[in-house]
Design a protein around this ligand. Structure first.
Ligand SMILES: Cc1cc2nc3c(=O)[nH]c(=O)nc-3n(C[C@H](O)[C@H](O)[C@H](O)COP(=O)(O)O)c2cc1C
Length: 267
């Protein structure tokens, strides 16, 4: 066959396409386990970082070690507040529970009535991870709770860490969000996040009571302990943070679980 013929051109192009697609799909399959591993490390890093256990630039090996030494993941039934990690019928392999995948699984999640959907997430999984943080002596120091909710453009995914009084914030972080950099994207600004430490998210009646206000918090205000400065030019994102915390700290979020922890402590 002549090299200049149409047939030859087709054969060369078809061969090239097949070879390239094999290479690309081979790379995708071959790298999948590495991607999964990176995802897992990233998740651990975010949990350690909200709990204040991660120094900047900590290596991957150290992240694993610090996580193993300080973090215990448990699974909580958000409807009843019960810990179900050891329920072998529900979770034969609890370590494999993929909370994000559960959101879209009708058997593992529920639709939220729009009047109660403060976080704007439409569906809520029935079971959530809660991360218990211990110090080097094994003493429980913090509860890290996964939270998410709508900002202006995106769903913001984060963690809030509470002290053992279940009310004082030890840290807040958003590890995935698509708000405008410099405006709503400032939810990820370390200076803004630092303001959260020491704030109280529940009032005396254990009702969610935390607000990202418009403007700056007046330290003299009796409510200052429940308030955080608004993000300037980003009132909608700021409100989104208030609302998502109201949701996740409320009856459809972690409140039933936290109430049970409180009851146990009081006994
Ligand atoms: C290009 C562009 C991007 C914006 N991004 C955000 C954002 O990420 N979050 C937000 O709350 N508002 C954002 N806004 C502003 C909102 O439209 C709205 O004006 C603002 O939330 C009102 O906040 P303010 O009362 O503090 O000015 C953006 C506006 C423009 C024009």
């Amino acid at each position: 066959m002549s090299r200049d013929s149409i047939g030859f051109t087709f054969i060369v192009s078809a061969t090239l396409c097949v070879v390239c697609s094999i290479l690309v799909s081979g790379a995708a399959v071959g790298l999948r386990s590495k991607q999964e591993l990176n995802k897992e490390i990233e998740r651990k890093k975010n949990i350690l970082s909200v709990a204040g256990l991660l120094k900047p630039g900590e290596g991957t090996g150290n992240v694993r070690k610090i996580y193993e030494d300080h973090v215990d993941g448990i699974i909580v039934d958000l409807n009843t507040g019960k810990v179900v990690t050891d329920d072998k019928e529900l979770f034969p392999h609890p370590e494999e529970y993929d909370q994000k995948a559960a959101i879209d699984n009708p058997k593992m999640s529920m639709q939220i009535e729009s009047s109660k959907d403060l976080a704007g997430i439409k569906r809520r999984e029935n079971y959530s991870w809660v991360y218990l943080i211990h110090d080097e002596n094994g003493k429980l120091t913090q509860y890290v709770l996964p939270v998410r909710g709508k900002g202006l453009w995106s769903t913001m995914w984060g963690f809030i860490a509470l002290e053992t009084d279940l009310t004082t914030v030890a840290g807040l972080t958003f590890y995935e969000q698509g708000e405008t950099p410099g405006l709503g994207g400032e939810v990820d600004n370390p200076k803004w996040k630092a303001q959260w430490v020491g704030k109280e998210v529940y009032n005396k009646e254990f009702q969610p009571d935390i607000e990202v206000i418009k403007g700056s918090v007046n330290p003299e205000s009796p409510n200052a302990i429940h308030e955080v400065d608004g993000l300037s030019g980003a009132t909608i994102t700021s409100r989104g943070v208030t609302h998502l915390l109201d949701f996740w700290l409320g009856d459809l979020g972690f409140k039933p679980y936290l109430e049970q922890v409180r009851e146990k402590e009081e006994k």
